[in-house]
Ligand binder design. Structure first.
Ligand code: NAP
Length: 249
């Protein structure tokens, strides 16, 4: 898949799935903006992009903050002149029962996971319209398709991403902007480290995965690479679940 000279922004990409997506896009030829709330780690990812022979730009941006997002887009256009690909990856997870969850917990998860998709897409789309095309990839979850106990706000946010993906696909098709989502299953990242360190929990999770392994960030990056490429030009509005078969039963 050839992304030569494409310009991509990946949010929440200092580590985990976002970082794997950055490196996959760069290996396919893209120059990538590494955006997260911790700039030091973003700079380290930029060094890895440079080692691949591509350009990177580290940008400190909180996806729930509209001013940060506007600046992220401005600095991307200033440096690279255009934006071809946006990956809305930034997200947080909180495992809490409904009764323990506070209104602030709910607002924070929705602000980052869902409003972040809205704000970043809104800021980037005018640049894609100028280009006459673009690819937006939203990272949802199997938790957007089925319920997971003690994760009410997370499930709500990820379910909404699946439907905003359909809506944006419909609205932006006229500009040849494809909008798709990826729904990861259980992936080994810092987000799931504590869960997976518990042997019993890991066994229970594996029992739900027909392919019988925990996913790797690269499994998600491969799907993102495909959806960002011209091989996926006729695909829009879908959620591609990359879950080892979790949702088959
Ligand atoms: P991760 O390792 O925690 O990486 C997420 C990154 O996003 C972190 O660097 C995090 O920074 C950053 N972030 C948090 N809040 C942000 C904000 N307001 N603005 C910008 N960046 C922010 O998680 P991951 O597992 O790679 O997850 C990536 C995406 O995949 C998320 O949307 C997640 O919901 C989704 N997902 C993951 C799994 C899984 O099993 N890992 C499964 C399904 C879906 P801090 O660490 O400083 O908060």
């Amino acid at each position: 898949m050839d992304l030569k000279n494409k310009i991509a922004i990946v949010t929440g990409s200092r580590r985990g799935i976002g970082k794997a997506i950055v490196l996959a896009l760069a290996k396919a030829g893209a120059h990538v903006v590494v955006s997260d709330i911790n700039l030091d780690d973003c700079n380290k990812v930029v060094e890895e992009i440079k080692a691949i022979g591509k350009e990177g730009l580290a940008v400190k941006a909180d996806v729930s903050n509209n001013e940060d997002i506007k600046q992220m887009v401005e600095s991307t256009v200033k440096r690279f002149g255009k934006i071809d690909i946006l990956v809305n990856n930034a997200g947080i997870y909180m495992q809490k029962s409904l009764t323990d969850s506070t209104e602030q917990d709910f607002d924070r998860i929705l602000d980052i996971n869902l409003k972040g998709v809205f704000l970043c897409s809104k800021a980037v789309v005018p640049e894609m319209i100028k280009q006459g095309k673009g690819k937006i990839i939203n990272i949802t979850s199997i938790a957007g398709q089925v319920g997971f106990a003690n994760s009410s706000a997370y499930c709500a946010s990820k379910g909404a991403i699946i439907n905003i993906t359909r809506e944006l696909a419909l609205e932006l098709a006229q500009y040849k902007i494809n909008v798709n989502a990826i729904g990861p299953g259980v992936i080994e990242t810092p987000m799931t480290k504590n869960l997976l360190e518990d042997k019993a929990t890991k066994e229970t999770l594996l029992a739900n995965i027909p392919l019988n392994r925990i996913g790797k960030p690269e499994d998600i990056a491969n799907a993102a690479l495909f959806l960002a490429s011209n091989k996926a030009d006729y695909i829009t509005g879908i959620t591609l679940f990359v879950d080892g078969g979790w949702l088959t039963h």
